[in-house]
Ligand binder design. Sequence first.
Ligand code: FAD
Length: 493
Amino acid sequence: STRDGRPFRLAVIGSGPAGFYTAYRAMTRIQNARVDMYEALPVPYGLVRFGVAPDHPEVKNCQEKFEEVASSPNFTFIGNVSIGTKSDHPDGGTIPLASILRHYHAVVFSYGAAKDRTLGIPGEHVKGVYSARQFVGWYNGLPEHANLAPDLTRGDEAVIIGQGNVALDVARMLLEDVDVLRKSDIAEHAIETLSKSKVRRVHIVGRRGPMQAAFTIKEIRELLRLPSVAFHPIDTSLVPQDIKSLPRAPRRLMDILLQDSPTPPTHCSPPTQTKQQKSWSLDFLLSPTAFLPSPADPARLAATKFTRTTLSDPFDPAAYALPTTDADPHTIPSALAFRSVGYQSTPLPEFAPLGIPFSDRHGVISNDGRGRVQHEERAADASMRIGRFPGLYCAGWVKRGPTGVIASTMQDAFSTADAMAEDWADGRVAFLNDKGRDVGGWDGVKGEGMSGVRVVDWEGWRRIDRAERERGARVGKEREKFTRTGDMLAVLG
Ligand code: FAD
């Protein structure tokens, strides 16, 4: 159904995988769909550019698909424009969400998770404690964190709190040979800092055990295979005796960990290594309680303090960690700690005044599971009332929460686009501005006044892309990213 042949005007907020895959699917499922994609940065692709580790170039192949989507005449990229919230870089423009809502039939929120979760323990803000998000953004050239300048020279130990794949990325960046990283599209400033790093020993610390860890096999194997980097054996008592009876994925993971962890359990013993050699460990059953400042310089980290935990059932993947009551805190002295306990989505500031529902508890836009924004309200008679928001959809991390790889984000985006296509085809489901006139899309938004905003269109991004590749070619890498928005815009004259 084309609803009288009128174009279906869709605004997509955010140009990460969720935005691109929703746009792609909407354009194939809805006749005469016109998609305008708004992106706060001058450059597209979200965490594919600013999250995925530089030594994982193959993961970025999805960009080819996104380029194909962007080459459609029905697609418009509107970069360097933040929707509903002040741009976090000085060169960017802002458009109120209310203005977007006036000029489209539907809006897909796919703006990801731009904050990080905190631990809420003392000392979280002393110098030397970084969030994984900041550090990842910094080595990937995210303008927001280009000035992070992490100090990797104050000692030879680093603590990473959290045992997901992002934690392993951070560990790999600290342990990997700088000359290998140099050939990737890692930011130049990161290479400079990493080549001066004194970090030799990395602790990847989790509250639970190996059976509950969030990391996956491929990423663990990659760390284990780093040349001349030693692995400290794990506490094998946390692995079931009979691993053969485990399902395939945990069985393989336990196998890999045990291969490198001789019995009897020797979790305190050093691996065979030379003094200068780098090494890492998975430290289980430790819950952080404080970042301890240095007595000599109270603004600076000296150690991280943990309480030991026990598991409700060490071999149950869903087991929870309980703090032990014994007064036996565990302290890891180090001037450098990263908390890698998850990213977090936040509502756009206009959500509250417009009544658009956001679940603070789950950190997602409230939706029906297929991305239709909806509000659940307990009525006086205790029944749940569902309030729909015509034309509003969400996809990706802001819909499901900040977990999942690009492939799962794609599936999720497809389910949102399919729900939207069904609704549009249905004819009875209400959309925004559904009164028969053409709502204008980007032209309508522009018409409301955009003075002083430098919009980057797709051709503009391609020029920035070419300039980055040329800079890279000069130093033997695929791309040398611009890490300042001013430098990106300078390419466009
Ligand atoms: P994002 O990719 O975050 O995209 C959101 C976009 O919205 C951003 O471009 C942002 O600038 C923009 N935006 C935000 N607010 C606004 C606004 N108000 N107006 C306009 N635009 C806005 N997956 C893999 O498959 N393999 C990996 O190796 C891998 N490594 C990862 C490493 C790290 C450190 C992280 C954090 C994730 C990794 N992932 C990996 C997961 C993958 O990156 C995510 O699944 C995916 O990027 C989520 O897509 P998204 O579109 O929901 O969010």
